[in-house]
Ligand binder design. Structure first.
Ligand SMILES: [Zn+2]
Length: 219
């Protein structure tokens, strides 16, 4: 099957796969010898059949937060360097934190991984900024690659991540929205927002459509 990138610039390409169990947006970013998968859902066969992983030397997986639907596919990957927000690592071992109990599963994962803290990271051909935007989970991170930002379940085109689930916190989410509103002032309107569910949009689309963002997180 042919697949088409959502983003292409020079040697960088970003592909989107929408995977079960909750239609998570699993992204694949590649440039020359580097490949990064963001939030692998379940059933990555199409991805494996479409992309020749063997030709990449530097292989990583970035997790925006440790809810079940965003980490369930980790087991399907081997020889990838897994990177997880330090403040969200509880979700790897706690089914009430990763919400797998809602799927009638008792999901726990014992894997080697690298803890991410706020700051810039170099990974192969890429440099990205990791920042905390908690509220949906205590350690939700977004990853800014310059022309595109992976926002996980922090923010979507016209909504925000739920705060009523275990470990979610509405007040914390409001602070994150204020922080993000300020941050977006430094970003071009054309920068792509790549959320954990639903549609990819631009920074301008977000500013025009997201009332949570517009009113600084206050309802
Ligand atoms: Zn989530």
């Amino acid at each position: 099957m042919d697949i088409f990138p959502f983003y292409r610039n020079n040697d960088t390409e970003v592909y989107l796969f929408i995977l079960p169990p909750y239609g998570v947006n699993t992204y694949v970013v590649m440039k020359n010898n580097t490949i990064i998968v963001v939030d692998p859902g379940k059933g990555n066969d199409l991805l494996f059949n479409s992309i020749d992983l063997g030709k990449y030397h530097k292989k990583g997986i970035l997790i925006t937060h440790t809810h079940y639907d965003h980490i369930v596919g980790l087991k399907e990957y081997s020889d990838f360097e897994i990177m997880i927000p330090e403040k969200d690592e509880n979700g790897l071992i706690d089914p009430s934190a990763n919400l797998s109990y809602m799927f009638s599963e008792d999901f726990k994962l014992k894997i080697p991984y690298k803890e991410l803290y706020e700051g810039y990271y170099d990974f192969g051909e890429f440099k990205f900024l990791a920042s905390y935007y908690p509220g949906h989970t205590p350690g939700s991170m977004i990853y800014d690659f310059g022309d595109f930002i992976f926002t996980g379940d922090f923010i979507f085109l016209d909504s925000i991540g739920r705060t009523d689930l275990p470990y979610g916190d509405e007040e914390t989410m409001f602070h994150s929205l204020e922080k993000f509103r300020d941050y977006l002032k430094t970003k071009k309107d054309s920068v792509l927002i790549m959320p954990g569910h639903m549609n990819i949009c631009t920074v301008k689309d977000l500013k025009d459509n997201n009332v949570f963002l517009k009113y600084g997180g206050k309802k």
